[in-house]
Write a protein that binds this ligand. Sequence first.
Ligand code: 0WE
Length: 271
Amino acid sequence: MSRPGLAQGKKALIAGVASERSLAWAIAQALAREGAELAFSYQGERLGERVRALASETGSTIVEACDVGRDEDIENLRQAVTRRWDRLDILVHALAFAPREALTEGFTDNTDREAFRVAHDVSAYSLIGLVRAFRPLLAKARGSVVTLSYLGAERALPNYNVMGPAKASLEASVRFLAFDLGPEGIRVNAVSAGPVKTLAAAGIPGFRRMLDHVQRTAPLRRSITAEEVANTALFLLTDLSSGVTGETLYVDAGYHIVGMSFEDDPPGGGG
Ligand code: 0WE
């Protein structure tokens, strides 16, 4: 026997698939598994073919290029989706960008005005821009919005640099959007995921060390998978979470609750 899907018949727009390892793609697959109809937006024609191929696996036929740094692109996406759908139940915002040079070594010396501007524009404003564009469709469905954040929003750590302030802005934007749109029945939440090896993490200096550190320190003594992020996003995007809005929910094997750990101690201690 099969139960009805948790997202049966829901219309979902996913922004931010870049490869088959993307958290956005894991979320799309979970939504498809649970019966949602999907639309995708992607950044740059370079990704077009890849995203189109992935989208077709889910039966999706709505696939649009959208550089969220451009208002015209957001407007074109709004029009393309509106031509096909008269409501939007689910919006997934799973994208971020800071110039690569800003994500290495010292925060102070590597954060110039332009890196700060583009990081905040693409990684935080874009959530507000997309929600502004889709507000009428989301209101019709009393829809749910999920974005992806990271611990750098709340704590300092190596190399994440200007993305930290950008994610802090994103999480604050989640609260203000939730506050503003709650009266229309629209919910807005964030998933703060632990490190996962995706394209966004590829080539980040020390990423392997970060994973090892998490695996030794997190209460669950492991890192997390894209599927675990997707299942929590699924919860936030469906009626299971109908009383939750403005929240940032960590999916990090408990890493963020640790104040101190004797991670490097031999078993049994010695003190
Ligand atoms: O939010 C992110 C990654 C965001 C990101 C990644 C890149 C790489 C390529 C934003 N902009 C760019 N720009 C590029 O040119 N994560 C949570 C993954 C991530 O990125 C890190 C991390 C972690 C974790 C960067 C430094 C340190 C840790």
